[in-house]
Design a protein around this ligand. Sequence first.
Ligand SMILES: Nc1ncnc2c1ncn2[C@@H]1O[C@H](COP(=O)(O)OP(=O)(O)OP(=O)(O)O)[C@@H](O)[C@H]1O
Length: 280
Amino acid sequence: MSLVEAQNIVLYRGAHLAVGASSFTIPRGKITAVIGPNGSGKTTVLQAIAGILSPSAGQIMVLGEPVKDVKHDISFVMQSVVFPTGTPITVKDVVSMGRYAQRGWFGMFRAQDRAAINYAMQTMNITDLKSRHLEELSGGQRQRVYVAQGIAQGHEILVLDEPMTGLDLKSRRIIDEVIHAEVEEHGHSVVLTTHDLDEAAAADHVILMDGKVVASGSPEEVLTRVNLEQAYGLGSLHEPADVNGTTVVELPECTTDGDADDWDEQPAAYGGRSGRYDAF
Ligand SMILES: Nc1ncnc2c1ncn2[C@@H]1O[C@H](COP(=O)(O)OP(=O)(O)OP(=O)(O)O)[C@@H](O)[C@H]1O
């Protein structure tokens, strides 16, 4: 059974058509990367998978059921979680929130809840920060806390919106290891968004967005020059270069606040990283 089957879904954010009619499947027990330019609909698709946003047309099934019936199997970690400034909330409080739905009678944490909270803090390497207030943390540390909250939920499906963006190498590695452990050790499925072609190329399955799903399948099937040019704009890719026998495509730099065609001419960084990946 597929993890997700979407047939001709159309997604609006308010009055704005965010994702035009799209069909795709996502395999179960794998890592799926959703990639595409700014504003291409990645977060919107994640929200539909997590049951936060309903399609205005078409249908989306998760684990063979209407998504509203399996919401309790899904952990959704948002791109940025905003707590009002001055909220006296600690790292442990935030991670513990991941267990609120599973708590026992009278809202008491049971041994398994405490174990899940401690496991999540350990795997995300934030145990030594547990008594710190959230607003005392760096952006990268905070992001690890939010991912830990998702891990603590222990659900079969972990949906992560840009978990790696803006993180240093160490934090990226920690999150990468946790994502692989979720799939390989716990048999869970991970769906994440990224701006990094290397990350997408390393996933089991890729969905390429540009206001709709442009392509979905294995990285080899999806991350082709033709598809990437369609999503990121014709001429946006520089001629492939041969680097030590590997064909490498460089993406031009994209402004972070712009839309898909808002390219800078400079062939340099993309999504804060090298912007180079092995072309298929
Ligand atoms: N709350 C909202 N109300 C109206 N339109 C929205 C809202 N949120 C997003 N949009 C629009 O929906 C479209 C898809 O946005 P979405 O956040 O899914 O893109 P994205 O690919 O995740 O972008 P990014 O890479 O910048 O995070 C964009 O055109 C965006 O402007």
